[in-house]
Design a protein around this ligand. Sequence first.
Ligand code: GDP
Ligand code: IMO
Ligand code: MG
Length: 421
Amino acid sequence: MVDVILGLQWGDEGKGKIVDFFAPSYDVIARFQGGPNAGHTLYVNGKKIVLHQIPSGIFRANKINLIGNGVVLDPVILRKECESVAALGVDYKKSLFISERAHLILPTHRAIDRASEASKGNDKIGSTLKGISPAYMDKTGRNGLRVGDLLDKNFISKYIKLRLKHQKLLDNFSFTEDITSWEEEFFESIEFLKTIPIVNGEYFINDAIRDGKKILAEGAQGSMLDVDFGTFPYVTSSSTITAGVCNGLGIAPHLIGDVIGITKAYCTRVGSGPFPTELHDLIGDEIRENGKEFGSTTGRPRRCGWIDLVALKYACMINGVTKIVMTKADVLDSLKTLSVCESYLINGEVTSQIPFQMDRLKIEPVYKNFKGWEQSITEIHEFTALPVEMKTYIEYINSNLGINVHYISNGPGTDQIIMAE
Ligand code: GDP
Ligand code: IMO
Ligand code: MG
């Protein structure tokens, strides 16, 4: 069986920590989409680590970590990441495997991402500028190069052909930056990449399932950034939802078991695009400060707001969520009052559905207010010891979503997690 952990909001829900927490119960941890736009934070012996491409099971002993075919891979970033996990004692050559079908992010993809964003002016997506969208465009446009192509003796000529295509695009954007050093790094890094086991991911994972191994699929980004169901066009370029696990690893839908959806106790978004419950006031600033809400990949301040049950319910529906993990509950410790968005008011009509094009509509969130718990919960280990106000908050969310919060994370540390009753 394949269980899934994914984000239900706009990313940064705490997937890294939660995957690391659950990893001991699994044999294989696999990334199925996205690329180095992801920044997954976890703590190893008190040291903060941010992973961009390597699955978050890498620090757990005797686990296999697979980068699946649905991922777009930047060899330069991978090499740096491998070096940093090796410095912490990880023998990645034994525990990291890469699908030959994963597409490569080329230096020119990064250049096109930059040039394209710059050309959009005020309409920019707020991309992480890691080359994600151009790499996925080349995949669906049937031009991209895959990890398996690195082993082909014609790789260089394929690279030059694609690079010429990219140069035309860059010329159209009037992009003049010299990327020679990026290309040098890229070619050094692909030699490094070839030293990591490159496998046929779909046989690799299906053989593991047949042998009774337990698989954990680790999502990147969040459901509201999904290319089909997110707040298009302010989304990423991959399928971030449960369906993406099948495409991104090569497994059949009936093999999916639990879908563990992660939500913060509030909501954040980084980059442009609609965010109905965003707070532009001191409470928003307080949440950002308490939650250290600055991007793990880009360092940008994250936009902060109240939890949005309309979006969460939608995310639970499209993902088939079976269990919820609520993270960063401790970030709300100091607040007097909490609000929960239970519906939207659009053109005078109340709805509890996500509309087609959120960015063109004026959406007023309809809130239900709750009393805050106004005490620190970071040292609590038992559900019974949680403040009654917090239990009321969670019970309301459970009943509204029809799915229960199974775990509550009350701090960034791996041991700061409480099982709900
Ligand atoms: P991811 O992309 O979903 O893995 O999330 P990020 O790592 O980008 O952002 C989550 C941030 O919140 C990281 O800095 C985590 O260390 C931190 N974090 C995770 N869970 C908790 C929690 O329960 N409480 C607090 N205060 N921080 C948390
Ligand atoms: P993790 O896995 C939060 C956002 C960007 C931008 C949009 C498109 O750490 O949760 P892209 O670079 O993919 O073309 O950017 O998506 N974005 C994320 N926001 N967390 C992420 O990943 C994100 N990955 C992309 O900010 O708005
Ligand atoms: Mg992140």
